[in-house]
Design a protein. Structure first.
Length: 426
């Protein structure tokens, strides 16, 4: 694990120059008002220095794939070399300790950290390569009857909804979407629209916790409570939330949650997880099956065991989780939101800017989606790159760009983006 001293040292700080950077210590010893403010430029500049991003470019697209801190790349490379040079030392005596390949190891220490991150037991966590895999394992593993309904929104990602469409085509279940609006106005309106679409045949409610194309946070806690009253299985797509906003699956009360670490957590690509409450996980069929396919001692391991995989990538994930915890999850979430709000506030003063992300700050964080009247997303994306080597991501002809803010961004970068849009809208 990346020690606090190591992180402090690499931030150029002594343990005495700033409040503790250990998550547990921050919570225990430092009242919130002693923590670096989300807008403390000196502190965040030192955090920025931990990333390998090219200094001549500005990255605004962790909603697609994130930027890795140097420590993540170092840990991964170190382990790659260890495997390459030491594989002959491998004695095949204990799958759970040997770290040459993944896929047979129960990965308990990483699963525990993920459990800590989302507030659940490691036994309810299985490792996957990404969100698409997690969603597919769960959709494939559940038995639905012809006529059973799967309800979701009209704004789901292909990696979240497609496995449920297969349920329709292959087994006669009914895939139903409800229009929630773009932008979503507020949580109450989204809640009402979704609840109104539930019928006596609804068996699965699948929703993005945060919608990828708008950044809107859905009222998942209230929706899961309503679904539970009606005996509906709830599954949330957390592709955009992990490492971005707080996720507490016990508080939310969902039955399943799938997420990835290669976007907002800064882990290498190919790292994800699925959480399923034990009462559902024990009857879930495995899709990718190996020795443990029917061994229910550790349900998460039953799904984690899925053939030879890449251990160095998991070492990178482990380092990314440590980095996140050492920095302090709350501090990370606050900083992301602080920058996102700064961007929205600046852009909303410009009359020709049209938003597709919510204007209600209570359902927004680090994703802002907007366009300039008469422009396309590609035009706006290209203008940013040509003018300032800034990289938000086009959302197609109508919806402009998705502009994500993260801890490696600065206030100056946000202000520069706003001034460019101001220039383009003159
Ligand atoms: C909401 C949502 N779901 C699913 C996915 C697919 O994620 P992955 O590529 O990790 O499978 C994405 C990717 O952008 C997404 O935003």
């Amino acid at each position: 694990m990346l020690s606090r001293r190591h992180l402090l040292k690499s931030l150029g700080l002594s343990a005495f120059s700033l409040p503790s950077l250990s998550y547990a210590h921050v919570l225990k010893e430092n009242p919130a008002d002693e923590m670096p403010h989300p807008g403390d430029p000196e502190f965040w500049k030192k955090v920025r220095d931990q990333f390998m991003l090219d200094r001549n470019t500005v990255f605004f697209n962790p909603g697609t794939v994130g930027a890795m801190p140097k420590v993540v790349v170092d840990k991964m490379t170190e382990h790659l070399k260890y495997v390459a040079s030491g594989v002959a030392d491998w004695a095949y005596k204990d799958d759970n300790k040997e770290e040459y390949i993944s896929g047979y190891n129960n990965l308990m220490s990483i699963r525990k950290k993920i459990g800590q991150l989302i507030n659940t037991d490691a036994l309810e966590i299985a490792m996957t390569d990404n969100v698409t895999h997690g969603m597919s394992y769960i959709a494939n593993g559940i038995t639905l009857q012809p006529g059973d309904e799967i309800l979701t929104t009209d704004q789901e990602h292909g990696g979240g909804q497609s496995a449920w469409k297969i349920k329709e085509k292959r087994f006669g279940a009914v895939f139903k979407t409800v229009s929630v609006g773009k932008p979503i106005i507020n949580a109450t309106e989204a809640y009402d629209k979704i609840v109104k679409a539930i019928t006596s045949k609804t068996k699965v409610l699948m929703l993005s916790h945060m919608i990828s194309g708008s950044g809107a946070i859905l009222p998942v806690k209230e929706l899961c409570a309503e679904a539970r009253l009606r005996g509906i299985f709830t599954i949330l797509d957390g592709a955009q939330t992990i490492g971005h906003i707080k996720v507490d699956v016990k508080d939310i009360g969902c039955d399943a949650y799938v997420g990835c670490f290669h976007k907002w957590m800064g882990a290498p690509a190919g790292t994800g997880f699925m959480f399923v409450r034990t009462e559902y996980m024990k009857s879930l069929w495995t899709t990718v099956a190996s020795y443990r396919w029917d061994n229910h001692e550790d349900e998460g391991f039953r799904f984690t065991q899925r053939g030879t995989g890449n251990f160095p990538v998991l070492k990178g994930l482990d380092a990314a989780l440590d980095f996140h915890f050492e920095l302090g999850p709350d501090r990370v979430y606050e900083r992301i939101k602080f920058l996102g709000k700064r961007l929205r506030t600046g852009l909303s003063a410009l009359p020709k800017v049209r938003f597709f992300s919510p204007s209600d700050e209570s359902i927004s964080a680090g994703i802002t989606v907007y366009n300039i009247e008469g422009w396309t997303g590609t035009k706006l994306q290209d203008a940013y790159w040509e003018k300032a080597k800034m990289r938000p991501r086009s959302q197609g002809d109508t919806f402009g760009v998705r502009h994500c803010t993260h801890i490696f961004n600065s206030e100056e970068e946000i202000d520069k983006a706003i001034s460019l849009v101001k220039e383009w809208t003159r």
